[in-house]
Design a protein around this ligand. Structure first.
Ligand SMILES: Cc1cc2nc3c(=O)[nH]c(=O)nc-3n(C[C@H](O)[C@H](O)[C@H](O)COP(=O)(O)OP(=O)(O)OC[C@H]3O[C@@H](n4cnc5c(N)ncnc54)[C@H](O)[C@@H]3O)c2cc1C
Length: 342
């Protein structure tokens, strides 16, 4: 083994939420020799060196990965993880990049973009799906068209199945009531996981320990290879109405991703108060640092106006945290995860 590679960490407040597992192990940097081994094991034409990560995130921010590999099946995902671990190369599993901020200096190691997307549904509504499947629109359209209900609430949210289980994807219950938050764990049955020791097993809800923006995946080092959801028969008319209403709700309140890239809500909610409300109360909507702006549509969302950097986002996070603390006494914590070198 070579040396220890610690990715440069974000300073101050933003350090809390950084991706820790690949940074805290005994790891070696990518070299000509081990990248050749990656090529030999994963296919020379499938390995990309120095791939810029910004286009693979919804924020459109992030520098290059030393090595980038796109897994097209759960088997390829498991193989890439096992090889990286054998070689001691730090690695990160990337979904749609909708809940992360990648550092401007990129990621030292292997980024595995999860594009394992096969899916099927049984006659009694058990959806079996690989973890790189895209929840909206692909998976939701697939199940709704087949008459199965349970996922339509999450229409419009950018997420893979793996990312959805990492964070326990959630949204307000259907209009007009919108009286409670619905969570994807409500229809979750079980998942096939690759554990840090290289073994795989199927684990159910108890193991996942789901909470608000929480699951066991945050600290276990497990990677979801595939998952099963138990759906119920539903009327396509009702489901399509829910989808349309939820899309309309989002269109009114959220910046459109194609023209105003973002990572969704930046700060965790504060029960009964709302992070966005506090930020709004401090008059921070419209504040701009570099290419990053707090959108006027929603105080908890920062948008990339073009040329925005991870450094701009961090500076904005620090400004918001300091202002809200000084003016209201509440301490906001980032919800997004920080990945790579800053
Ligand atoms: C415009 C916008 C609106 C949003 N609205 C909502 C909302 O209403 N509700 C909500 O809950 N979220 C919302 N989000 C946040 C985001 O959509 C979710 O957190 C989503 O689940 C992220 O999925 P992803 O595939 O992009 O994960 P990524 O951002 O790529 O990764 C997030 C974390 O999950 C880990 N991960 C990914 N795949 C796996 C896997 N297979 N196994 C283990 N770990 C894995 C990654 O390593 C990383 O640590 C929003 C985001 C945006 C940009």
């Amino acid at each position: 083994m070579g040396g220890i590679l610690v990715q440069r960490q974000p300073r101050g407040r933003v350090a809390r939420n950084r991706i820790g597992r690949t940074e805290n192990r005994l790891i070696v940097p990518v070299t000509a020799s081990n990248s050749d081994q990656l090529k030999a094991r994963l296919g020379a034409d499938r390995i990309h060196l120095g791939e810029v990560l910004a286009p693979y995130t919804t924020f459109r921010i992030g520098g290059p990965a030393d090595v980038f590999f796109e897994a097209r099946s759960a088997d390829e995902l498991a193989t890439a993880l096992r090889v990286a671990r054998e070689l001691g190369i730090p690695h990160f599993v990337l979904g749609l990049g909708a809940n992360i901020l990648v550092g401007d200096m990129g990621f030292r190691g292997l980024v595995i973009r999860n594009a394992a997307r096969s899916r099927s549904i049984t006659a009694d509504g058990i959806l079996e799906v690989e973890s790189g499947a895209v929840v909206w629109p692909d998976l939701i359209r697939f199940v709704v068209d087949a008459g199965w209900s349970g996922l339509e609430h999450y229409a419009g949210i950018p997420s893979t199945v793996g990312g959805a289980l990492w964070q326990n994807l959630h949204f307000l219950s259907p209009a007009p009531e919108r009286e409670r938050t619905m969570y994807i764990d409500e229809v979750f049955l079980d998942a096939r996981l690759l554990h840090p020791d290289g073994t795989a097993s199927v684990k159910g809800k108890d193991y996942f320990d789901f909470g608000y923006d929480q699951s066991v995946l945050h600290h276990s080092g497990d990677v979801v290879l595939s998952a099963r959801f138990a759906l119920e028969g539903g009327s396509p008319e009702t489901m399509n109405r829910i989808i349309e209403e939820n899309l309309a709700w989002r269109a009114e309140r959220h910046p459109p991703l194609d023209t105003e890239p973002s990572a969704g809500s930046i700060f965790k909610k504060i029960e009964g108060i709302g992070a966005g409300r506090l930020i709004d109360q401090c008059g921070l909507k419209g504040t701009r640092i570099g290419g990053i702006e707090i959108t006027r549509r929603h105080a908890n969302i920062m948008i990339n106006r073009g040329g925005g950097t991870a450094a701009d986002v961090r500076a904005m996070i620090d400004r918001v945290v300091e202002t809200v603390r000084a003016e209201t006494g509440y301490v906001l914590e980032p919800e997004i995860a920080f990945v790579g070198e800053f």
